[in-house]
Design a protein. Structure first.
Length: 261
């Protein structure tokens, strides 16, 4: 096995950790608390804050950037949220949500600063062209505390992988909703959880299932994404550092969630 193939294997094994830990704050009590403090309606800071790193993005453009949600949701959520909170304040609120979540959930991680440094070396080595959300968050101001930096680094790494995965889906001829249908962890129920009405979800499933080699295409896109992340890991880190990063991520992913009062 070559070094690049080994790195792609690492990328595959840490994928679920990055997706879960890099995005869990987006639906967390910590985000809801910040959302209320800044005066935003419930469940709007995620869309406003995440997209605001690019400025005041029009709803139809934000819908394309996020990929997985129906367009009407952005038409409903973004205009009032934009009136309430300017883009700079929205970015700060979103980052504060990540920081608060990190302090609750990542404080038990050994050497959080070292893990954050490794993740930041990978994202800083990445070419952000064509990856709009990642490009914005790659250059956003980073927190100072080690635990907060780790949560932020996981989020930015998740944006990197997400952007590369969207590009890989296009390369194999799949839309994001079609990929959700093909994903063994997705399907119709995932579409319903992301605000698609039942009739729209049924139509998306029907269209996707008519796509030749649907699930084979999805697997090819996953493999392409792992290959690209693997190349970055191999470029930015030594083999020892890469192994250490994998060990840390897989280990602290098993830490039980904190008990909330």
């Amino acid at each position: 096995m070559t070094a690049i193939e080994d790195a792609a294997g690492v990328a595959n094994r840490i994928r679920s950790v990055v997706q879960v830990l890099g995005g869990r704050f987006m639906t967390s009590p910590e985000l809801a608390a910040v959302e209320s403090e800044v005066g935003l309606p419930p469940r709007s800071l995620y869309m406003r804050g995440r997209s605001a790193v690019l400025g005041d993005v029009p709803p139809h453009v934000a819908a394309e950037l996020f990929g997985i949600f129906p367009h009407w949701l952005f038409d409903y959520v973004l205009p009032p949220a934009t009136e309430i909170l300017d883009s700079a304040a929205a970015v700060r609120a979103y980052a504060e949500s990540s920081a608060r979540w990190s302090r609750v959930n990542l404080s038990a991680v050994p050497e959080p600063g070292r893990v954050a440094d490794l993740l930041f070396r990978v994202v800083d080595a990445a070419d952000a062209s064509g990856l709009a959300l990642f490009a914005g968050w790659q250059r956003a101001q980073r927190p100072e505390g080690d635990v907060e930096r780790l949560g932020f680094a996981l989020m930015v790494f998740r944006e990197l992988r997400g952007g590369l995965h969207f590009a890989a889906l296009r390369a194999v001829g799949l839309s994001v909703p079609e990929a959700v249908v093909a994903d063994p962890e997705g399907g119709r129920e995932r579409l319903l959880r992301t605000a698609w009405p039942e009739d729209a979800a049924d139509e998306l499933v029907a269209v996707a299932e008519r796509k030749p080699d649907l699930r084979d295409r999805w697997h090819r896109a996953e493999s392409l994404t792992d290959d690209r992340i693997g190349e970055l890991l191999a470029t930015a880190l030594t083999a020892e550092e890469m192994a250490g990063l994998e060990h840390c991520l897989l280990t602290f992913a098993q830490v039980p969630a904190p008990v909330r009062g």
